[in-house]
Design a protein. Structure first.
Length: 161
């Protein structure tokens, strides 16, 4: 059978949607984080704050996700204290400060203030690499079905009210 360029183009047109489907995300942002050992502290905190269901919802969400190493930079005992039921409101405030409504990919990030789900504004800088409130974005565009995760090297804290 002789393959002509028209036949090959027909195959390309037929297979292109299948290829695109294969690349589509199949996990939401919480499932992605839960499947990555570097986010085990974040996942434990999200569960303790009762945010897993919300962040598994439709979204879309942009999550600036601190790694376990980022949580380890906090003063000794801080994470353990935040995970206590009596500190749920404080933990929720901190975690929602890491979330922005909408799906913002790295190519769309612009310097300036951004309103977080917490209600407070965080500062994005792009000179010399992207930061949010001085936390360095170390990996970008981990895309889920309901948003995107950007990995940061430091836990960011909302401004005091």
């Amino acid at each position: 059978m002789k393959l002509t360029s028209i036949t090959l183009m027909a195959f390309a047109v037929i297979l292109a949607p299948i290829s695109a489907m294969a690349e589509a995300p199949v996990k939401n942002v919480v499932e992605i984080a839960a499947g990555n050992k570097d986010f085990s502290t974040l996942v434990a905190a999200v569960k303790a704050a009762g945010l897993a269901e919300t962040l598994s919802g439709t979204g879309p969400f942009t999550i600036f996700a601190p790694t376990n190493d980022a949580f380890a930079k906090l003063p000794a005992g801080t994470v353990t204290d935040l995970l206590k039921p009596e500190n749920k409101a404080k933990l929720t405030a901190i975690l929602t400060y890491h979330v922005v409504a909408g799906k913002v990919l790295a190519a769309d990030v612009k310097a300036g203030k951004v309103k977080t789900v917490n209600g407070a504004e965080a500062t994005i800088a792009t000179a010399g690499g992207v930061t949010i409130d001085k936390a360095k974005v170390v990996k970008t565009d981990i895309v889920g079905t309901n948003g995107v995760i950007h990995v940061i090297d430091t836990v960011i804290l909302p401004p005091a009210k």
